[in-house]
Design a binder for this molecule. Sequence first.
Ligand code: GDP
Ligand code: MG
Ligand code: ZN
Length: 302
Amino acid sequence: MNEKDEEVRCSLRGRFQKEFALKRGKLFAVDIVAVGDQVLYEMNKDGSGVIEKILPRRNYISRKAPKIKGASTRGERLEQIVAANIDNLVIVSSCQLPKLNNRLIDRLIVIGESSHIKPIIVINKTDLDTSEDFKTLVQLYQGIGYEVFATSIITKNGLEELRETMKNRINLMWGQSGVGKSSLLNEIYTSLNFKIGTISDSTSKGKHTTVTSVLRKVDVGTFIIDTPGIREIDPYGVRKEDLGHYFVEFKPFQDNCRFNTCTHDHEPGCAIIEAVEKELIDKLRYQSYLNMLATVEDDMNF
Ligand SMILES: Nc1nc2c(ncn2[C@@H]2O[C@H](COP(=O)(O)OP(=O)(O)O)[C@@H](O)[C@H]2O)c(=O)[nH]1
Ligand SMILES: [Mg+2]
Ligand SMILES: [Zn+2]
């Protein structure tokens, strides 16, 4: 999209591809240009463009790229940039269908925190939770400083507030299939017409067609990126010793651990474990931390 909001179809100049792919000695897997990138391009006579330069990214989200058939990567998982230059990572979950999954929310928060993108938490389909169990998580996340929106496209609760937070921002929507990302966007921005999945689509795996993420302008200064094709959420490049930094409520305690290399797992004199015991840090969050730490040890460590 150019400054006049016109779409210009661009290709990437061949000689740049290699250069970008090997930037900083790191090999990028695919998609050298990511959704949200700002680029300089030259116009062809036929109205199409050729990208000359990708401007520096103020932030980006990446994940471990799917393995490429036949590529010689020495078993290493490459980095794939999902989107760039984002203001809000809108983490969408639902009370039911699929049911609320705090571990997944915590993983996505780590992705946001480690990429310097503000996580916003949305708990959708509150109409399906008559006992209002979701309120425990609302309190938990608000208590550690996050903005939380409890929404429903049936009762319309929370929609106006969410719209206000997304206003004048570039918002990346992320969450499991079926939680209602497209439905919420269609409700909030009536100009949109995203395809809504049926419940059976979202519960039966393997039926998904991979669709590329697109940036859409929904209002003056307001953009959204829906990520329909993305299911895997392993963050790329999060190191074991840094993981605790992305659990924001650990901050007041972590300098008090006996060892400065403390992973807050088993070490004696760990101030985080002590804070969990004193209920100053929520157990659910600590469990998510341990759960992620195990993944980091397995294959995120490099
Ligand atoms: N009861 C209820 N159903 C919802 C709500 N939001 C979405 N849905 C339903 O959940 C299903 C999946 O929605 P969709 O927007 O396609 O989810 P996405 O995969 O995250 O984009 C559809 O059947 C929607 O009608 C809600 O707030 N309450
Ligand atoms: Mg969708
Ligand atoms: Zn510790």
